[in-house]
Design a protein around this ligand. Structure first.
Ligand code: NAD
Length: 290
């Protein structure tokens, strides 16, 4: 289910003929439309995987109503659906944005206080709280997956898409928001999906909270800019800004702890560096076709 505000039906082309697959263009904040789809299915639903959200963080800062509807109300209505239709299991795509800017502090799952610095992060945190309360009242189980920066294809947004599109428009110069020193962990989406399935299979509490990410300290925006430049337009000059933040709500450094997930026995195939190199190539191909 997707309202196609950012997603495209063409992303699902490889699944279209699978006998167990159905797609419904529905807004997850619209309870009646959701209930109609789910109660009309031949097989009862046992699991909700909730990944719908507003992924435009600056857009949500300009208009907080976007995050309220697409990031929080979607969670609220899907939980109501789980209660009304007795759907036991809820898996949620949360975000490292719930932690806010903790500087060099190791960001493990129980760190606090949680002070998100974007409306997006605030609405993800509110969603987590609502899910926790639902576990107390009616859900059988919930998994909270706190994603780092995720990259890969099909890509709708993010730093690599931005850089590739900018270089397509101006092949001689790449303008970078911020001074390039921001450093973050990056996970390839194929590893992310593997980790979510692993946690849902192996974690055995009724309420499971996991940071998902690579085990390294991440790569800088400068590394990403140079990798995109080398792949897309090798002669281009890179022009950096002066701030160590790309935009309001950007967290310049992140010491993300994935020790809990390592303890469960999961490890990614790719580190941040390899994930960036792979995703840059994939996204350059995607944007060449678009
Ligand atoms: N990409 C990342 O780095 C990252 C990091 C942390 C968390 N996440 C989370 O992962 C999930 C997937 O994000 P993504 O990066 O693939 O972004 P995305 O924008 O490509 O995917 C989000 C999807 O949700 C859909 N959507 C938005 N509002 C909706 C609504 N009201 N009803 C139904 N569908 C709706 C969009 O059309 C889109 O297809 C989101 O929950 C996002 O918050 C992503």
């Amino acid at each position: 289910v997707d309202n196609l505000s950012r997603g495209r039906e063409s992303f699902l082309a490889s699944l279209a003929n699978h006998p167990d697959f159905q797609f419904h263009a529905v807004d997850c904040a619209d309870y009646d439309a959701l209930a109609k789809v789910v109660s009309g299915l031949a097989t009862p639903v046992t699991n909700i995987w909730h990944l719908a959200a507003n992924s435009d963080i600056p857009g949500g800062i300009a208009d907080p109503g976007i995050d309220l509807k697409d990031t929080f109300l979607t969670t609220f209505q899907l939980l109501k659906l789980a209660r009304d239709l007795k759907i036991e299991n809820f898996h949620f795509a949360s975000s490292s944005a719930i932690y806010g800017d903790l500087g060099d502090l190791a960001v493990h799952e129980d760190v606090g206080p949680l002070q998100p610095i974007s409306n997006y992060g605030a609405m993800k945190l509110a969603s987590e709280a609502q899910i926790r309360a639902a576990v107390e009242a009616y859900l059988g189980r919930a998994d909270i997956f706190r994603f780092p920066n995720v990259i890969g294809v099909p890509a709708t947004h993010g730093v690599i898409v931005d850089f590739v599109q900018k270089l397509k428009a101006t092949p001689d110069e790449l303008q970078v928001l911020g001074d390039g020193t921001q450093r973050k962990p990056y996970l390839h989406v194929e590893d992310l999906v593997d980790a979510m399935l692993f946690i849902s299979d192996r974690a055995d509490d009724r309420y499971n909270v996991y940071n998902i990410g690579p085990t390294d300290i991440g790569v800088s925006v400068q590394f990403i800019a140079e990798t995109v430049r080398d792949r897309v337009s090798p002669e281009a000059r890179i022009a950096y800004g002066t701030s160590n933040r790309g935009w309001v709500g950007d967290v310049p450094r992140f010491n993300y702890s994935t020790a809990r997930l390592s303890g469960l026995g999961w490890a990614p195939q790719l580190g941040s560096r390899e994930a960036v190199i792979k995703a840059v190539d994939q996204i350059a191909r995607q944007e060449a076709v678009d």
